[in-house]
Write a protein that binds this ligand. Sequence first.
Ligand code: NDP
Length: 495
Amino acid sequence: MASVTDRPADGSPPARTALRWDYAPAPESRDAAPLKPRYDLFVDGAFTAPQDGSVVASVNPASEEVLAEVGFAGPGDVERAVAAARRAAGPWAALPALERGKYLFRIARLIQERARELAIVESLDGGKPIRESRDVDIPLAAAHFFSYAGWADKLSYAVAGRPHRPRGVVGQVVPWNFPLLMAAWKLAPALACGNTAVLKPAETTPLTALLLAEICQEAELPPGVINVIPGAGETGAALVRAEVDKVAFTGSTAVGKEIQRALAGRDIGLTLELGGKSANIVFEDAAIDQAVEGIVNGIFFNQGHVCCAGSRLLLQESVADEVLHKLWQRMQRLRVGDPLDKNTDVGAINSAAQLARIEELVAAGEAEGATRRTISCALPEQGYWFAPTLFTDVAPANRIAVEEIFGPVVSVTTFRTPAEAIERANNSAYGLAAGVWTDMGSKAFEVASALRAGVVWQNTYNKFDPTAAFGGYKESGFGREGGPSGLLPYLKVGA
Ligand code: NDP
């Protein structure tokens, strides 16, 4: 990029050390993603206006600009969508498995073809950096459809040859942090197993799910196999209580518990992928520079709006000062700003409500006596922003060490022995993920097997793969998504 130098007054060449390197803006063009002024519900293969719902604006959190009007489903619309899925269920399940797989392949290919457009819309609607939408969200969404397309005619291998059949109609509710990717995690295995689906995207990020509905039309997916009904929390609540045969939910633990209570006593499959407060553990024998990159990726990826974010950093006391020094240096180089700029590392906070929640918890951290360090950077005037923040002197009972902040905030504690690290890491109501940084394979295995976490990354963090299972323990939920285990919740086995 441009180099700026101050030439000495005598005209001699500038000293190399005086070179200052600045990033020139590298904005992705919005022209590749023309949005319609209005999007409606996708029910029974067609876009239709809500019958008893409303129309709500979807807003760009980086600028507060209205992107499009979106039809929100009311209770009657939910019933309509579930009825469409019910009509489609029999014929879809009866289709030869190889043919079902071909539809999934087609959807995967169309996601790839429209990848640039989807990435731009994901960043506009959700505030995440284009680099992440482009390189993570959209390719992984396609990969999930590809992977489960391959499984469609091989289900008996996933269930050890036992008899199996689809559950029927599944109701799926997804959050706003990975809108298209979470839709893919839910829809691809459901369809591969022969179910039909009604998907409710999050209130603040419905657009890419509606573009996925367009893709279903392009792929000539039979009407009713996928239905997309944007709406607020009440729409989700109505969907999980509707006449569906299985519910899959990703979101907060509070809502997950409410769904569990609502479904008690019904013979209905349920998977819950809820919150987390994951420990990222750095031992003294770790490659420190590599670990610092992993810490940054673990908590600042997607502004920390990640259920498995490494929000509790556990440092072995002997290297704590070195790691903290390097981490703080690295954090100060993070670029916060326009999500559509290809240089941006940290984008906008997804909504005003989420920003308020982050601010509340950060204030609680300060009030409880932890030491806060927030990087100094210019934040845009409009939109919702929170600069990367580090807390030290954190007590295990502090709210910032216990509650999910879901923002770019990491709290740091130290430990002396592996046993203490394990005890501290497991001292949480959650159990979704963890990271272990060490050069010793035996220590990594010993620690990983003692951690009560669904996913443990060794010397890396936030790596996702459609062939690997993902899910939690304790208040992080139950059931697995991804890989062959991700098929099981969508099948009745042995019946
Ligand atoms: P929610 O759990 O409220 O939202 C997740 C999804 O559930 C959204 O589609 C939401 O709709 C829907 N929903 C809301 N209420 C109900 C209900 N009663 N029944 C069925 N579905 C419902 O999360 P929030 O957006 O409120 O975020 C709050 C906190 O939750 C965050 O700060 C974070 O800690 C955590 N969270 C964790 C996620 C994870 O991946 N584990 C994802 C998102 C949030 P709508 O968007 O319209 O409200």
